[in-house]
Every structure is written in structure tokens, then in C-alpha cells.
Design a protein. Sequence first.
Lengths: 467, 181
Amino acid sequence: MIGFWLVAAALTALALLPLLRTLLRPPPPLEGAAEFARGVYAAQVAEIERDLKRGILSDDQARAARAEVGRRLLSVADEAAGVKVEALAKPAQRTALVLTLLLPLAALGVYLPLGQPNLPAVPFATRPPEAPVPPQVMEAVAKLEAALKDNPDDVGAWGLLAQTYGAMSRPADAVNAWRQVLRLSPDDGSVKGALAEALTVAADGVVGEEAVRLFTEAVAADPMDARARYYLGMARIQAGDIRGALDRWTALVADSPADAPWLPTVRARIHDAATQVGLDPIAITPSPKPARAPSPAAAPGSGGAAPALSPEQMQAMAGMSQQDQQATINSMVDGLQAKLKDNPGDADGWMRLARAREVQGNLDAARDALRGAVKADPKRLQAWLDLSRLTAPDDAQTQGSAEFLDAMAKVLDLAPDNPQALYYLGQQAANEGKNDRARDLWGRLLKQLPADAPQRPELQRRMDSLK
Amino acid sequence: MSAVTRHRLLLLLPLAVFLILGGYFALGLTRDPSILPSMLIDKPAPVFALPGLSEGEKGLSNADLTGKVQLINVFASWCAPCRVEHPLLMRLANEQGVTIHAINYKDKPEAAKAFLAQMGNPYTAIGADKDGRVAIDFGVYGVPETYVIDRQGRVRYRHVGPLMPFDVDEKILPMIRELSK
């Protein structure tokens, strides 16, 4: 901002400079026109004398002509003197001063109400920054493409390639790859949806006829295909049928659980569309279904429900409001934790607590409980697996924390074929320069991977780079 | 008038030119640039006969323009705004029963066919205007462009640029209804 004002000030000064220079410069001596006229008249007088001598003019005529020339000479001299006096007497200093003050002020006066220095720049074509495609991905894509040339009926490879093209912003290629997937599994509704979405992306977001047909088939296969239903609403908007779109989207909201990830987007679209046709978005948006209650039994790898409920307790809870249910569960979990403090050797109790904490979303507490579980029973594979899952690094490329690697080592002791442990411990070994150990671990992992596993090429590449 | 005053007045000339131009442009700013009146309004459409997209396919000529109120849509597969208005044309043709004829402007027939396969084909007949000659006769400014043609084959309205839902609801459809009476 400061930079802008400095530049603006400098430019104003630059604009004033030539004006001031001209205004303050002493006027040049006014010779030009008057001097020239004097020369002409002198020549005329000389000519009159010549004519008089040659007898072309009489004395009287010569006198009259001389007088005429003299008069003209005088008038020219007067004019020149007048101009000179005017120009010299008023060296436009006052004008210069007024201009110096007024011009910047006037510029400011125009700029302040009209200027919008905070307006974002509008580039001619806004294109998404091209995310550099990592060379590993390029390599993997090339390998996939080559493999598909030999074996064009590999559905899994086509699907992976299609997704990768999509992520690489190559929509036309993604469309072709999804067509191959659909050719090989012609009845898969989700593939139809994926192809239709790729077609839409390739058409700059316009849902064309083919995409509409595929999305419709996808919804027929799975009425809860939210993606397809969302795009079908989009298609109605693009066809100018806003009410048709609203019908589809509000129905989608009504069928969605309250915690569905797509709800905010659909709601925003409903809001925009409803406002366009003068409807109240709140009035027409139905409430979604209740959120899919986080059921402890659904927790990954669950070996037993979180604090087990007696049938009476279950019955009692069924009559409670959702909030009361939650409060009851919380108090029971806290009670379990208190009990384990007195009896830390209860590995089953720790496992239940960990699961309950994870379901509640309190991952720190879940990790604590798992630490209690492995302390109580160091041979419990599930506890180590859960602990490694909760301490795993976000990204498979980075090395995990010491606790994570330790958990993985324990897992490998208890289950020598665990692929995750083989992968991460291999990575640790590679990072520490223990190439033989890394090759051994990764080699064991490779042996387990199916021949068409997408991770294979990358892993092979990393193994090769160890040599 | 003396030589010096004349000299001074000459210095004012650039200012005068600037003021005249500025006034002209200021006037232009108050006008809607999207309104491009057609020379053809209320006149018969130019005489033309275009072949179809491929050999043996029906093309488009003046004879097709009479007898029924209709739209002529100038499109090309390479034109992004055409894609934007396409769902609207699909709805006009399939759901509102509007006859739409097309002039495929400076396009490759295969590309145009692929475009229609993906986006749908709302056109009753398509004339392939490969060199853009007929488009020039129509005074086409740039694709997409849409003309409303009355029963007598006269151009009644011209829309430059992609059709938007409100163009269709507030202008095109009422006009078609009016002309069809």
C-alpha cells in the first residue's frame, strides 16, 4: 500500500515537472517576429530609395511610402514591446505554485472516491497453478500406460490411471481411461458416475447429455449416489430449470445424514438457486436425516464394544434424547477410566477405553489408553496395531515418530508378515543407511503384494535405488 | 488577428481534440456493448445453402427457414461459451418443443460430431459453414450467436454470445410465443 502511494506521488511530481519548468523559465527574448518584420521594412525602405534614384517614384510618392513603412514598423515595435512587458512582468510563479498544490489535491480528490486500491487483480485468464507432478507419479503413470498396452483388460489399472489423470488435471485422458473401466465393468454405477464427472470436468463444468444419462443410470443403480444427484441438479440449473434443480437438491438433503460431507456444498447451491428465483432458502431446505451415530461397534478392528451396556441400560438409553445419550456415554467412559486407574493390568479394559475415546474423537486419550493396554499385555497384537495406527505419520513418505516405529517393530515381532510394519521399518532402515535390512524387509513386502498392486512400481524403484 | 494569437490558438488544438474524443468515449460508456443491432432485423435471412456435417447428411438452406418460428444457433465445437449455453438449447428443443437449426461455424465435422455426442444434439438440421461465408452474410460477430426467425423466414431478433437462462425466459421464449400466434 505504502509502495503504491510512493509511486503515485512520484508520478504526480513527474507530471508536474514539465509544467513547472515551462512556467518558471524566463521567457526567451522576443526577437523572432518583430526582428524579422524590422528587416523586411528596412529592405522596403532601401527599395524605396533605389526606386527614387531610378526615377520610378516621385519625391512625394517616396515620402508617402517611407511614412507608411515607418507606421508599420512602429506598430510592430509596439506589439513586440507589449508582449515583452507582459511576459516579463508576470513570471508565472503564482500559477506554478497554485498548480503544484492543486494538481495533487485534485488527483487525490478524484482517486479517493473512485479508486479501489484493494480490488484484486483480474488476470486475463485465471488458470490453476500447475501443480508440479512428482517424477515418481509420472513414472508410475508411464508404467501403468505401458502395462495397459500389454494387458488392456486390467480394470484395476485403468481405474488407477483414470484417477491419476483426474488428479493431474488431464480431464480428457481421465475420460478415456474411465471409458475403458466402464467397458470392462459395464454395470458398475459408481464407474458411470466417475466417467460422467470426468466428462463434466472436461467440459468446463457443463453437464452434457452423455453425462446426464450416465449420472441418471448411476442413481438408478444406487439411489443414494450423492455425487450423481448433485450433478443432475447442476444439469437442471445449466438448462435454466432452477426449480427442477431445487427439487433434486432438496430431495438429496432430505435423504442425507446430517454429517454427510457434501451437505454444505449442496446447501450453498440451494441457497444461490433459491435466491435467484426469489424463494426463501431456509423455508425450502428440509432437514437432513440424523447423523449416522458413531457406533462403537463400527470402530475399525473392533474386538468388543466400548463400555458394554446391559440390556436395561440399552433400553434406558433408547428413550433418551441424543444429548442425554451422549452425556450418559461420556460418564460411563469416564467411569471406566477411573476403574482402570485402580486396576491397570486389565488389558481388555484399556482396549475398550481406547476404542471409546477414539469414537469420541479424543485421540490423545485413545493413545494413552492403548499405551496402558500394551503395558498390561505386551503380547496383544491388536493393541500394537491400534497404537501404530493412531501414531502413524500423515504421509507414507515421512518417517514416523519413535513411538510409531517402536509399535511397528512390536507388530513385526508378533506378526512377521504385517505389510505396514514391513514397509515402515524398511523405510526406517533405508533412512538409517541399513540397506541390507531395508531390502530384506521390502523384499518380504513385495512378495506379499499382488502382481497388479499399484504400490509395486514405486516400491521396486525405491528398492533399486538402495543399491 | 495577429500572428502570435494565431500561434497560441493552435496550441489549444490537441486539447480540443482530446475533449471531443473524450466526450465521444464517455457517451459510448453509457451504452450497452452487448447490444449489436443486426442489419438483418425484420429482413429475410440471407440466401444460403449449406451441406450437412458429413456426406449424405441433410444440410441447411433458406427453404428450411420458412413455415415455422425457429432459432438459428451458430456454434462450434472449439467454442467454450457454446458449451455453456448448450444445456439451455437442449431444454428448449426437448422440453419446450422449439425448432433449432444450426450453423456449424468453421469447425471440423468430426469435432462437431464428438461435441454433439457428448453434449447432446438439440438441432433439427445442421449446416456446415466450413469457411464461414454464410456466417459473414448473417453478420455473425463471433460464436455463439442465436437468431429468432419468424414464419416468413425473416430475422426478428439476434442474440450475441452465449444464451443465459434469463435471456431464454425473458426474451427468446416470449418472442417465439408471440411470433407463433
